[in-house]
Design a protein around this ligand. Sequence first.
Ligand code: F6P
Length: 421
Amino acid sequence: MNAATTTLGEARFDSPCHGAVSDHARVPARLIHDPAAPPEPDLWFELAGPRAKLFFDPRQTRAGIVTCGGLSPGLNNVIRSLFLELHHRYGIQQVLGFREGYQGLDPASGLDPLVLTAELVDDIHREGGTLLGTSRGPVHIPAAVDNLVRLKVDILFTIGGDGTQRGGRELFEEARRHGHPLAVVGVPKTIDNDIPYVSRTFGFLTAVEQAAGVLACAHTECHSVHNGISLVKLMGREAGFIAAGAAIASQDVNFVLIPEVPFKLEGEGGFLAALKKRLLKRRHALIVVAEGAGQHLLDSHDERDPSGNLKLRDIGLYLRQQIESYFKAEKIPIVFRYFDPSYLIRSVAADAEDAILCDAFARNAAHAAMAGRTGVIIGLVHDQFVHVPIELLAGQHKRLNQDGMLWRSVLAATGQPALFE
Ligand code: F6P
């Protein structure tokens, strides 16, 4: 089955791009076909890339860019490459940068958009953060669409997570009701790397690199003293990709706790007993916990952030307190070091791998929009950039598979049991 991509209308204008991609080229969502596995419908995505014909006449086209949600290394690279592709390759009339996330689309915020220029974006990719500013929180759809119509914006690039992209789809639908052909094309962003049909979101690898640096320091600390325990809490709200990636890169980690794998603290098969065994044998231990892990051990509540995410309880501090009291009760003196690098792993500039990825996401987003695709994000499957209709993200979550290669590598590198139960 082909994923149905929405196109605003007939593409009538010649494209300045060389090497156009066929509109019929498709990439399968699943690469491996296992006849022994339960049958699943096949899903094929449209291949991203420049088209021979454009829906928008570049000379008459105005685009806007908005960055939403938490920071991710590479936001400025995406803004810069989007601008340069639209300006130099397509020669479009103007690119506006909406400020401070979705609230900048609403004139009531008083945040006038920036008019982007080559000078303005020249060296922004050397810095972390976003030139445009960002915020969490939904977009006021009617006000935003009225504003986009008033400003004659034909294309909006939404750089953000799945909530941002759902907002993007609503914008396009509301614009359609107004008879305004608005192309909304999303660039998926989160250091957590948990967006379906995107094998790697930009900023993830840079965050892993930063996290691995912290693990090296944490290892040195616990290894340099008798019965040293270092505990490192890393970001990862609902998925443990950062914790797993950093632990495998480090090869010094002894325990990795992630949201996908619930664990028990107490009892013979629990985490604390395993930690004691390790400490008695090797005299030091390095633990990594993803911030979303072990929430079942903490008070339940329903407090949410402006993006609608459940506010997490602090598993790092809880584990610290549990470990310290456990070893006190066991009368085993320990030297405990706690590391919470928190935002340090995501506020830096993109590394080379992410810079390359940002450039490709951005240029493919520009091509999709100019060809009139709307209500899509740029996905990445089997190293191919594709158009993923936003509605396919609804109710889907990319999570670390406990039976997959990544978790197997974590278990092999740490030597920890598959489960603490
Ligand atoms: O989703 C990305 C992320 O960095 C998570 O890992 C983290 O839980 C969250 O954002 C924190 O965001 P903020 O504190 O900026 O709202």
